[in-house]
Ligand binder design. Structure first.
Ligand code: KPL
Length: 320
């Protein structure tokens, strides 16, 4: 006898893969945005095969804590096939292992958004989506920050811009784009860029400077404004701009440098995600930040000794 699966009611329209600090932040922002529908159309996707209901806590920027009940979809839940928009908020090194096994469980019309530091996973995902052109891929990056207080309690610790742009396959529908615009709240900018890769290389420059240097020198972001780092920062940026150019992306080194120093200043008291990963003995995203620059440099037969050295030094601290 055939085993028919019935799709339970209250299927979410939007799902967030990755229930870390950024995944939960996106969840709270989408659920409480003006564009949110009555009833909850958003769920998180957990690591377990079974679905559960979970109480989440969110401490906002004014220190108020809100509680909400969230659906944590299991990886075997047939409601995955109803999801129209999948926001992938896992670390760069988890994208392939977390997302690829889910692809054949998703609707052929599902649109996927990658939101992580670094570059590289988009190439693997775009290749996996190539036989399914009705699915689409948007890439993005966020400078918002959140801290996990416990597994299901996060605190919003930093404002910042979220930048998104279409990459391949079917385009995001106007309705889903409007829903994503719900991330623009509490005066936080949400920008759409076309083409998107130039802004992702810009963010790569910020991470290629701040993340490894703070991890290696055990310091907060603000310390990198000191003169002693000036030459090294200039060299990292110069190499990155050269590689980007060979990849077809024109970046202005003066503007990139100004933006890097602006972020150093704006996040002076913060400890970068790589500093925190190293401090907690977790894998880092170095292979997708300075490692991606080295990988692309190799393709174009360019030497990038400063980025190469940072890659090797961080890998020595903490193999990733
Ligand atoms: O994105 C960041 C990170 O820590 O990963 C920056 C912008 C460097 C802020 O700390």
């Amino acid at each position: 006898m055939a085993n028919t699966l019935t799709i339970p009611s209250n299927s979410p329209n939007i799902a967030i893969l990755g229930a870390g600090a950024i995944g939960q932040l996106m969840y709270h922002q989408l659920c409480h945005s003006d564009s949110a529908l009555p009833g909850n159309d958003t769920a998180l996707i957990g690591r377990q095969p079974h679905t559960q209901q979970q109480q989440l806590q969110f401490t906002d920027h004014s220190g108020l804590t809100h509680s909400s009940d969230a659906l944590i979809l299991g990886t075997n839940d047939p409601r995955l096939a109803e999801v129209s928009l999948l926001l992938v908020c896992v670390k760069a090194y988890q994208v392939a292992t977390a997302l690829l096994p889910l692809l054949n469980k998703l609707s052929p019309l599902c649109h996927i958004v990658l939101l992580h530091n670094g570059l590289g996973p988009h190439l693997v995902v775009a290749e996996a989506l190539a036989p399914h052109p009705s699915q689409g891929l948007t890439l993005g990056t966020t400078s918002q920050a959140a801290l996990k207080i416990s597994q299901w309690h996060i605190k919003h610790t930093g404002f910042g811009v979220t930048q998104l742009g279409y990459y391949c396959g079917s385009e995001l529908s106007a309705g889903l784009k409007a829903r994503m615009d719900g991330l623009h709240r509490d005066n936080q900018a949400l920008e759409w860029h076309q083409p998107v890769l130039a802004v992702l290389w810009q963010k790569l420059a910020i991470n290629a400077v701040i993340n490894p240097l703070t991890a290696l020198h055990h310091c907060a972001n603000g310390q990198l404004a000191n003169d002693e780092y000036w030459l090294q920062i200039a060299a990292i940026i110069e190499e990155l701009v050269h590689v980007a150019k060979c990849d077809g992306i024109e970046l202005d080194p003066v503007l990139i440098s100004a933006r890097v120093y602006q972020v150093i200043k704006l996040t002076a008291a913060n400890y970068s995600s790589m500093y925190q990963d190293v401090a907690h003995h977790r894998a880092t995203e170095i292979n997708y930040i300075n490692g991606y620059i080295c990988q692309q440099a190799q393709l174009h037969r360019l030497a990038v000794p400063h980025n190469q050295q940072l890659l090797e030094q961080v890998l020595q601290l903490n193999p990733s």
